[in-house]
Design a protein around this ligand. Structure first.
Ligand code: SB7
Ligand code: NI
Length: 190
C-alpha cells in the first residue's frame, strides 16, 4: 500500500514524460490507484492498518512512474470535497500575487521536517485531461492552488524545499502575498 518512494531515489529528480492521449487502460488504472491511495491514506482505519501518512496529493513519480499524472483529494474553501485526477496538467495562467502555506509544506517522499516558506502563486488556472481523456480547465486558489503547484513540481523533479531560501528560510517575498491557513478540523496533511 505504501509504495511511495523517498528522497534519494533519482526518479524524484527526473522530468516525467507526457502521457499519450487518449490514456491507455494501464495509465487510467494507475491514476485511479493514485486517487484510491489518497482515499485510503485519509481513512483513519486504513491509514492505521497500513501505516500511511494522510496525503492530499500524489504525483506519479512518487510511486516510481515517470508519467505526468497527478491525483489530488482535499476540501476547498467551501468545505467541498475536491477529487482531481489529471493527465498532463499544466498552468495556463496564474496570479501575480504569491502565497505560502503557514507552517510550510511537507511531502510523503520526505521523512523529515523541512521548515521554511515555500513561495507559490496565489491562484492558478490549470489545463489537464481527465480519466476519460477529456481536456478540462480549472481555477484553483488557496490551499488547493498550493497543493497543485507542489504536485506539478514533482513532475519536473522539483522538491518543495528547493524553493525555500537557504540563507533565510522564513524570508517573505515583497508583497503582494497571501498567507494560506488550513483549518484545524480538516483532515491533517502531509
Ligand atoms: C502541503 C502538503 C502537500 C502539498 C503542499 C502543501 C501535499 C503533500 C503530499 N505529497 O508529498 C504530494 O506530493
Ligand atoms: Ni510531495
Amino acid at each position: 500500500m505504501d509504495d511511495v518512494i523517498r528522497e534519494g531515489n533519482s526518479v524524484l529528480r527526473e522530468k516525467a514524460e507526457e502521457v499519450a492521449l487518449p490514456p491507455s487502460d494501464e495509465d487510467k488504472r494507475q491514476l485511479e490507484e493514485m486517487i484510491e491511495f489518497l482515499r485510503n491514506s485519509q481513512d483513519p482505519e486504513t491509514a492505521q492498518e497500513y501505516q500511511l501518512r494522510p496525503g492530499v496529493g500524489l504525483a506519479a513519480p512518487q510511486i516510481n512512474l515517470k508519467k505526468r499524472m497527478i491525483a489530488m483529494r482535499t476540501t476547498d474553501h467551501n468545505d467541498e470535497l475536491i477529487e482531481l485526477a489529471m493527465f498532463n496538467p499544466k498552468i495556463i495562467s496564474h496570479s501575480q500575487q504569491s502565497a505560502y502555506l503557514e507552517g510550510g509544506e511537507g511531502c510523503l517522499s520526505v521523512d523529515r521536517d523541512v521548515p521554511g516558506i515555500v513561495p507559490r502563486y496565489a491562484r492558478v488556472k490549470l489545463e489537464a485531461y481527465d480519466l476519460d481523456g477529456r481536456r478540462f480547465t480549472k481555477r484553483l486558489r488557496g490551499f488547493l492552488a498550493i497543493v497543485f503547484q507542489h504536485e506539478l513540481d514533482h513532475l519536473n523533479g522539483i522538491m518543495f524545499y528547493d524553493r525555500i531560501d537557504e540563507q533565510d528560510p522564513y524570508k517573505i517575498e515583497l508583497p503582494p502575498h497571501e498567507l494560506v491557513q488550513r483549518s484545524e478540523d480538516e483532515v491533517p496533511l502531509a
